[in-house]
Design a protein around this ligand. Sequence first.
Ligand SMILES: *Cc1c(COP(=O)(O)O)cnc(C)c1O
Length: 233
Amino acid sequence: MSEQELAGRMIRVRDEVAEAAEKCGRSASDVQVVAVSKLHPAADIRTVHEQAGQLDFGENYVQEATAKQDELSGLDLRWHFIGGLQSNKAKYVAGRFALVHSVDSAKLAAMLDKKARSLGVVQDILLQVNIAGEEQKSGVAEDGLNRLADEVAAMDGLRMQGLMTMPPFFNDPERARPVFAELRRLRERLSARMGLGLPHLSMGMTGDFVPAVEEGATLVRIGTRIFGARPQK
Ligand SMILES: *Cc1c(COP(=O)(O)O)cnc(C)c1O
C-alpha cells in the first residue's frame, strides 16, 4: 500500500466514524479513533501521523509497542495499550501509555499502580469487561466488575476512566449491538454507584464500529480497515 493510500484510508475511517456519530445525534468530536497498529511497522504509524494527522495509536504486545515508541519518540503520539496484559509485564506499560484499556484483574491493577506510583504518575485505565462470558476471552465477568472497580478506586496510582469490551466475532455487526448496549448500561450503573464520571466507552472495531458508535462508544479501536490485513505474528 502506498503512503498516500494509507493516509487516505485513515482519513476515510475518521470521516465514517464522524458520520456515524452525527447520524445518531452525537458530536463527531465525542468519538476518537484509536488506530490499531499492532504487527504493522513503525513506518506506517509515522505515515498515518504525518500525512493524516492521526494522534491515537493502539498496540497489543508489550515488546513490540515499546520498540515502536522508542523508534518514534520524536513524534507527539498518544499510545493506547489494548491487548491482554500479564501482571509481570505491567511494569513496562505503566507510565508509557496514555490509556491502558485492558485492566481485568486486581493483581494486574496492583502491579500497574505500584509502577505508576514509583514513577510519580497517575496511569489512566479502563476496565475490560467480558460481557458475552466467552471463556477464552480476557475481561472481568460482569458479576466481578463492582468488586474490581472498588479495588481500583482505592489505588492512588490509577485513574479509572471507563470500560472496554470486545464482543465475539460476528459476521453481522448488528449482533454485537446488545453487547455494546450492555457495556453502556454497566458504565452508567457503575458511575452512579461510585459517584465517578467514567467518561470512556472503548468498543467497536473494523467490523462493528457503526453500532458501537450508535450505542455510545467514545473510543473505537480500528486496525484492519486502516492498515490492511495484519501480517502473522
Ligand atoms: C486487534 C484489535 C483491534 C482491531 O481490530 P480490527 O478488526 O483489525 O479493527 C481492536 N481491539 C483489540 C483489543 C484488538 O486486539
